[in-house]
Design a protein around this ligand. Structure first.
Ligand SMILES: [Zn+2]
Length: 52
């Protein structure tokens, strides 16, 4: 069974460093960061900027 999730076909770039984030095929949430530490530092930056 193969159905494609349109959201996962979009190229994703890491907002922390701007590099491409490879998506693992299949179901699951979209990866937004190239590695977890970039996601963590990005969220820390957003929080310090008053977004959260
Ligand atoms: Zn990154």
């Amino acid at each position: 069974m193969s159905f494609t999730d349109p959201a996962k076909n979009q190229p994703v770039t890491c907002p922390q460093c701007g590099s491409d984030v490879p998506q693992s095929p299949g179901r699951g949430r979209i990866k937004q960061f190239c590695n977890p530490s970039h996601g963590r530092s990005w969220r820390t930056r957003m929080r310090s900027a008053g977004w959260l």
